[in-house]
Ligand binder design. Structure first.
Ligand SMILES: [Zn+2]
Ligand SMILES: [Zn+2]
Length: 379
């Protein structure tokens, strides 16, 4: 579908983005590059949603299809050793959003070359996917009021699947998530005289264990849920019982009722375990992304297009990881898709300091976008 020069150029954009990673809502250079290329190819470009978001349209009238790529990087010190490694220490494209951006740009160039005969193609380059919820901000700032779409699609490269695999589930795709910080406060004292202080450390340890049991005992065994305590900070000396500990972590679920049960239990367990040790617990519990749930007709359309390309669309998943594309799917029918992107040999996962988007799958991802846009706008 693409000539080799255009593929080589898309890989060069990807490497350029990889060298210059930008964190959520700070993607100024990235946004500039995207808008510049799209304008040059004749797209009607709109900037400023969620600050660095770029929306571009071609064609007119119905039907309207939305294609979304996320553009942000992560606060990780890169350890890939590749020639196009990050030039900014502590920031890197460890989730492949550089690849998602280049894939949609390559598709955009092709769509512009072919022209949009019927309907409208809307490209959505979205900032701050990584736990900041750039999709939510774009939606709140009027993304689908200013640019109404009939269907919206997003792709993530998936290193857990071989190239040639493509997954579009009919319903659950990615889990909802929350984050929590639990501050346990009590009286501190000498490590040799525990009877004179409260059990801050004991409360922290028991709370961590009890929190992680919540899904197993409070949810049906048939209902997925996770509570992971990922940080415990307390104490500063061998012989001092501390007066404060902080536990942090994340919860995942699909069904809204499961999310309610988990939150209520986290609060109850933390409060009770602290009280049992003479301490109090201050709980900051924040829900971040809803679950990413595909609509069946749009998932079927995506599978159909992928199968037409010879991709293997066997179902797998869902994943307990989360994705802010959920905010777009809350507004409009559509599907979130995984494109198999495993590497031969060492195959670092998403968010690994050694992860680098697999350029070999870039043309397939872009071709999928072009074919999907064509199919969806032909009604
Ligand atoms: Zn990520
Ligand atoms: Zn990602």
């Amino acid at each position: 579908m693409f000539d080799l020069d255009h593929i080589a150029e898309a890989i060069a954009w990807r490497h350029d983005l990889h060298r210059h990673p930008e964190l959520g809502f700070e993607e100024h250079r990235t946004s500039e590059m995207i808008a510049g290329l799209l304008t040059g190819w004749g797209w009607r470009v709109h900037r400023g949603l969620a600050g660095t978001g770029v929306v571009a349209q071609m064609g007119q009238g119905a039907p309207v299809i939305g294609l979304r790529a996320d553009i942000d990087a992560l606060p990780i010190v890169e350890a890939t050793g590749v020639a196009h490694a990050s030039t900014i220490r502590g920031k890197m494209h460890a989730c492949g959003h550089d690849g998602h951006t280049a894939m949609l740009l390559l598709a955009a160039r092709q769509i512009a070359a072919e022209g949009v005969e019927q309907g409208t193609v809307t490209l959505i380059f979205q900032p701050a996917e990584e736990s900041e919820g750039g999709a939510r901000v774009m939606v709140e700032q009027g993304l689908f009021r200013q640019f109404p779409v009939d269907k919206v699609f997003g792709i993530h490269n998936w290193p857990g699947l071989a190239p040639g695999r493509f997954v579009a589930r009919d319903d659950k795709m990615m889990a909802a998530f929350s984050v929590f910080d639990i501050e346990i406060l009590g009286k501190g004292g000498h490590g040799a005289m525990p009877e004179q202080s409260d059990g801050v450390i004991a409360a922290a340890g028991r709370t961590a264990a009890a929190l992680q049991e919540i899904p197993a005992r409070a949810l049906s065994p048939l209902e997925p849920g996770v509570v992971s305590v990922t940080q415990i900070h307390s104490g500063s000396a061998y012989n001092v019982c501390p007066d404060r500990a902080v536990l942090s972590g994340t919860c995942r679920w699909f069904a809204p009722e499961a999310g309610d049960v988990i939150e209520e239990r986290v609060r109850r367990v933390a409060t009770a375990e602290a009280a049992a040790q003479g301490c109090i617990a201050n709980i900051d519990y924040q829900r971040r992304y809803p679950a990413t749930i595909n609509t069946a007709p749009e998932a079927a359309l995506a599978r159909d297009v992928a199968a037409e390309m010879g991709l293997d669309t066997a179902m797998t998943g869902p994943s307990m990881a989360s994705e802010d594309f959920a905010f777009m799917l809350n507004e409009v029918p559509g599907a979130y898709l995984w494109l198999g992107a495993a590497r031969e040999g060492e195959n670092p996962g998403l968010h690994s300091a050694k992860f680098d988007f697999n350029d070999a799958v870039l043309p397939a991802g872009a071709e999928f976008w072009v074919r999907l846009a064509r199919r969806a706008t032909q009604g």
